[in-house]
Design a protein around this ligand. Structure first.
Ligand code: ADP
Ligand code: MG
Length: 773
C-alpha cells in the first residue's frame, strides 16, 4: 500500500513541466508534401477545400494534415507569411487544448488565428481572448484575410461596440475580445429580463493569448458590474427644516433608537414651513416620506458613531466591529438624506450587482487552449487550476540573446546611478535600449534622471494601449531609449531598425548587438523577468539583457527582508558576492510562492460563490425562458392574476410576472454578494478561533444562499399582489420593482484582500525558515 502511494507521489512529482508534441511533429513531412500542389490552386479552390473540411466532429489525422497545409498556403497568400513548421506545431498544440510556449516574436497571432479556424471548421464557436481591447481589434483586423479565405467568419468586440454589433460579433465563428470585455458581456447577459437581449451564446472554445498573464496573473481579478438605484432625489426644503426640529418637542424616538416620529407640534411646524400643506393628507404622502427619512438621518444617525465623513464622502461604520464598512450603503433615500445633512454632494451610489473572476470566466469554456512566451514556469499552476498541460515549441531560429548576470547594489540610489551610467554608455554606441521599470512612477523618475544626464528618452506610461503600441514598435531603432513598465506595449513586436523595416537601420541595429534590455529591478516572478528579456533577440536576432537590483528593493523587502550579514560593497555600492544573488533569487521565490498561495486562497472563496451563482442562474434561466413566473403567480395570487388576465394580453402579463420575479432574484443575489463580502471581511478578525476561515465562510454562506429562491418567490407573490393597475398595465416601479437606472462595469485591480497577502507571505516565510533550519 505504502509503496503504491509512494509510486503515485513520485509520478506526480516527476511529472515533466511540459508535454511532447512528437505525435504532431511526425505529421510535418506530410504537411510539407501538400505545399506545391496547394500553391497552384486558385483562391476558390482553397476556400472549397476548407469548406470540405467542415465537420461536426473532430478532424481525422488526414484532415488535420490537410488543414495545416491549407493554413500555411493561405497565410502565405494573404499575409505574405508562410507559416513555419514550428507555427503549425503551435496550431496543432492549440487544437489539442494545450498552452503552447512560443517565444516573443515567433508569430503567435497567426498561430492563434489558424487554430481558431481549425476549431471553427470542427463546428465550434471560438473566442480568441486578448489582454486588451487594442490587441483584440488589431489581431482580428490583421488576420481577417486568413479567415476570409478559409471561409470562417470573424468579429471582435471592444467597449464602444453597440449592442447590435456585439450580437453580430458573437454570432461569428470566431470572436476576438479582451478578457475584460467578454467578461462584462457575460455579466450583462446574466441580468437581462428578455431572452433576446443576450449577446452571447453557450461558450465553447477559448484560445487565450498571453495565457500566463490572463490565467495566472489576472486569474483572481474580479470583473464587477455595479448599478445605481434611483433612490429619489432629496427634498431640499425638507432637508433645511428638519435640522431645526428638537427632540421631545417636535419629535420623539423609541428607547433603542430605531424609530423617530413627529409630534403633533412638530408636524404643524413642518406643515407651515412647507407652505401650509397637510402631511397626512394623501397629497402630502411623498413629503411625509421625505420628512421621515430626513428625520431618521437627523435624529438616529450620529456622525463618527454610525458613520464617518471622509474625503467628502459618507462612510458607514459597521457598529459591531467599529470599522468602516466599504461598499455599503443605507437603503432607500437614507444615504442621500445623510449626505444632505452633512451638506455633501449626493454620491454616485452603486451596488455590486454581480461579479466574476477571470478564472471563473475561463472555466465557463469546455475547451481552453493558450499561448505565451512564458508558460513552463507556471506549468504547475495551469495544471492545478485549469487542468491544462504546457507544450514547448522550439523557436524557428535559435535564440542568441546574451543575458548578463544581475548587477546588485546596496541601496536604491546607488543602483539608480549605475543604471543611468549604463544607459549613457550603451547609448553612446547608438545601440537601441529598452528599460523595463516596475511601475509608472518609477518610469517617470528614471526619465527625469536621464533628461538631467542629457539623454532623450520616450516614456510609456500605461495610458493608451494603441499609442503605446506605436511607440514600442520603434524601440528597436538605433539611438532610441524607451522607458516602459513590463506590461506596457505588450503584444507589440519590436523590430530591429524600427517598424518601417528600413534595411539600413536594421543592419545598423544588428551590428550594434541588437536591442539591449535593462530591468531596473527583478519582478515578483522570474517569469515576468523573462518576459521583459524576451523583448530582445526575437526570431534569431542578436540582443542582450541585464537586470539591476538593490537589497532594499520592494521584492527583497517583501520576500526576505533579513539580508545576510557580511556582504561587502565596492565604492559604487555594488555587491558581487554570490550570496547577494542567492538572496535575491530567494526573495523572488518567496514572493512567487505567496502569490500562488493568495491565488489558491482566493479561489477557495470564489469557487463557492461561483457555484452558488451558477445554481441561481440555472433557476433564473428557467424564469427567463419559460412561463414559470406566471404559473407561480397564477397559483399563489390567483385573484390578482385573474383580474389582470382580463385586461392584459397573455404575453404582456407573462412578461410582467417574469420581470417581478427576476427583479427579486437579482436583488437578492446582489444582497447576497454584499453579505458574503462582509462575512469575508470580518472573518479575518475572528479567524483566531479554532475554525479555519474558509470553513467559517462556508458555514455562513451556504444557509444564507439556500433561502434565496424561496424568499424571492415570496417577495414576488407579495409584489404582484401589491401592484397598482394603471391604464397601461401595472405600475411596477410603484411596487418597488426598480431595476438599476444605470449600470457600469469595472475591474478590481488592487488586491482587495491585503490581509491575505500578508498572511500568505508570513506563511511562506515561516515554512521556508523552518526548512532552512
Ligand atoms: P508573438 O505574438 O509571438 O510575439 P506576433 O504574432 O506579434 O508574435 O508576430 C511577430 C512578427 O512576426 C510579426 O511582425 C509577424 O508579421 C511576423 N511573422 C509571424 N509569422 C511569420 C511568418 N510565418 N513569416 C514571416 N513573418 C512572420
Ligand atoms: Mg503576441
Amino acid at each position: 500500500m505504502r509503496t503504491r502511494v509512494g509510486k503515485r507521489l513520485r509520478r506526480i512529482i516527476e511529472r515533466p513541466a511540459s508535454v511532447e508534441l512528437t505525435k504532431y511533429e511526425k505529421l510535418l513531412p506530410a504537411i510539407g508534401e501538400r505545399e506545391d500542389d496547394l500553391r497552384d490552386r486558385s483562391d476558390d479552390d482553397l476556400s472549397r477545400a476548407a469548406r470540405e473540411l467542415r465537420t461536426d466532429g473532430e478532424f481525422s489525422i488526414e484532415q488535420l494534415v490537410e488543414f495545416c497545409a491549407l493554413g500555411r498556403e493561405v497565410s502565405r497568400r494573404t499575409l505574405g507569411e508562410r507559416a513555419f513548421d514550428v507555427q503549425l506545431l503551435g496550431v496543432m498544440g492549440l487544437l489539442s487544448q494545450h498552452v503552447v510556449q512560443m517565444a516573443t516574436g515567433e508569430g503567435k497571432t497567426l498561430v492563434g488565428a489558424l487554430a481558431a479556424c481549425g476549431h471553427a471548421l470542427q463546428g465550434k464557436r471560438v473566442h480568441v481572448i486578448s489582454v486588451n481591447d487594442y490587441l483584440a481589434r488589431r489581431d482580428a483586423e490583421w488576420m481577417r484575410p486568413v479567415f476570409d479565405l478559409l471561409g470562417v467568419s470573424v468579429g471582435w468586440v471592444e467597449p464602444a461596440t453597440t449592442h447590435a454589433e456585439r450580437k453580430d460579433a458573437y454570432a461569428c465563428d470566431v470572436t476576438y475580445g479582451a478578457v475584460s470585455e467578454i467578461g462584462f458581456d457575460v455579466l450583462r447577459d446574466r441580468l437581462v429580463t428578455k431572452a433576446n437581449e443576450r449577446v452571447l451564446a453557450q461558450p465553447e472554445v477559448a484560445i487565450v493569448d498571453e495565457a500566463d498573464s490572463v490565467l495566472v496573473d489576472e486569474a483572481r481579478v474580479p470583473l464587477v458590474m455595479a448599478g445605481s438605484v434611483d433612490t429619489g432625489v432629496v427634498d431640499e426644503e425638507v432637508a433645511k427644516i428638519v435640522p431645526r426640529l428638537r427632540l421631545g418637542l417636535h419629535y420623539e424616538t423609541d428607547a433603542d433608537g430605531k424609530n423617530a416620529w413627529l409630534t403633533p407640534a412638530g408636524a404643524s411646524v413642518v406643515e407651515k414651513a412647507l407652505g401650509g400643506i397637510d402631511l397626512y393628507d394623501e397629497s402630502g404622502s411623498e413629503r411625509l416620506a421625505a420628512v421621515n427619512v430626513a428625520l431618521h438621518a437627523h435624529a438616529l444617525l450620529t456622525r463618527d458613531v454610525d458613520y464617518l465623513v471622509r474625503d467628502g464622502k459618507v462612510q458607514l461604520i459597521n457598529t459591531s466591529r467599529g470599522r468602516v464598512a466599504e461598499l455599503q450603503r443605507w437603503p432607500d433615500g437614507l444615504q442621500a438624506a445623510v449626505e444632505a445633512k452633512e451638506q455633501l454632494p449626493p454620491s454616485d451610489r452603486g451596488e455590486v450587482l454581480d461579479s466574476i473572476t477571470v478564472q471563473a470566466l475561463i472555466a465557463r469554456y469546455p475547451v481552453v487552449a493558450g499561448m505565451t512566451g512564458t508558460a513552463v514556469a507556471v506549468a504547475e499552476t495551469l495544471r492545478e487550476f485549469y487542468k491544462l498541460e504546457v507544450a514547448v515549441i522550439p523557436p524557428n531560429t535559435p535564440n542568441i540573446r546574451v543575458d548578463e548576470p544581475d548587477r546588485i547594489f546596496a541601496s536604491p540610489s546607488q543602483k539608480l546611478r549605475a543604471i543611468v551610467a549604463k544607459i549613457t554608455r550603451v547609448h553612446e554606441e547608438g545601440r537601441p535600449i529598452l528599460v523595463g521599470t516596475q511601475d509608472v512612477a518609477e518610469s517617470e523618475e528614471l526619465a527625469e534622471k536621464l533628461t538631467k544626464a542629457g539623454l532623450t528618452c520616450t516614456v510609456l506610461n500605461a495610458r493608451n494601449d494603441a499609442e503605446e503600441a506605436e511607440i514600442i514598435a520603434e524601440a528597436g531603432k538605433p539611438g532610441t531609449i524607451t522607458v516602459s513598465t513590463q506590461m506596457a506595449g505588450r503584444g507589440t513586436d519590436i523590430k530591429l531598425g524600427g517598424s518601417a523595416s528600413d534595411a539600413a537601420e536594421r543592419e545598423k541595429a544588428i551590428s550594434l548587438g541588437g536591442l539591449y534590455v535593462i530591468g531596473t529591478a527583478r519582478y515578483p516572478s522570474s517569469r515576468l523577468d523573462d518576459q521583459l528579456r524576451g523583448r530582445a533577440g526575437r526570431q534569431g536576432d542578436p540582443g542582450g539583457s541585464v537586470f539591476f537590483a538593490s537589497l532594499e528593493d520592494d521584492l527583497v523587502q517583501a520576500g526576505s527582508p533579513d539580508v545576510p550579514e557580511g556582504l561587502v560593497a565596492d565604492d559604487d555600492g555594488e555587491i558581487t558576492d554570490p550570496a547577494a544573488s542567492r538572496h535575491l533569487n530567494h526573495a523572488q521565490r518567496v514572493v512567487e510562492g505567496a502569490n500562488q498561495e493568495i491565488h489558491r486562497n482566493t479561489w477557495r472563496y470564489t469557487r463557492l460563490i461561483e457555484r452558488q451563482r451558477n445554481d441561481l442562474l440555472a433557476f433564473r434561466d428557467e424564469v427567463l425562458l419559460t412561463d414559470s413566473a406566471s404559473e407561480l403567480l397564477q397559483a399563489e395570487a390567483r385573484e390578482r392574476y385573474d383580474q389582470l388576465a382580463e385586461r392584459l394580453p397573455e404575453e404582456t402579463l407573462a412578461q410582467i410576472c417574469r420581470e417581478i420575479q427576476l427583479f427579486h432574484l437579482d436583488q437578492m443575489w446582489a444582497d447576497h454578494l454584499a453579505f458574503l463580502a462582509d462575512v469575508r471581511e470580518s472573518i479575518h478578525l475572528r479567524a483566531l478561533g479554532k475554525e479555519t476561515p474558509i470553513d467559517e465562510f462556508h458555514r455562513a454562506a451556504i444557509p444564507e444562499f439556500h433561502k434565496i429562491i424561496d424568499e424571492a418567490k415570496k417577495r414576488t407573490v407579495k409584489t404582484f399582489a401589491d401592484t397598482e393597475i394603471t391604464d397601461d398595465g401595472v405600475d411596477l416601479a410603484g411596487a418597488g420593482v426598480k431595476r438599476p437606472t444605470s449600470t457600469w462595469t469595472y475591474l478590481v485591480h488592487d488586491n482587495p484582500f491585503d490581509s491575505d497577502a500578508e498572511q500568505a507571505l508570513k506563511k511562506i516565510r515561516g515554512t521556508l525558515r523552518k526548512k532552512r533550519r
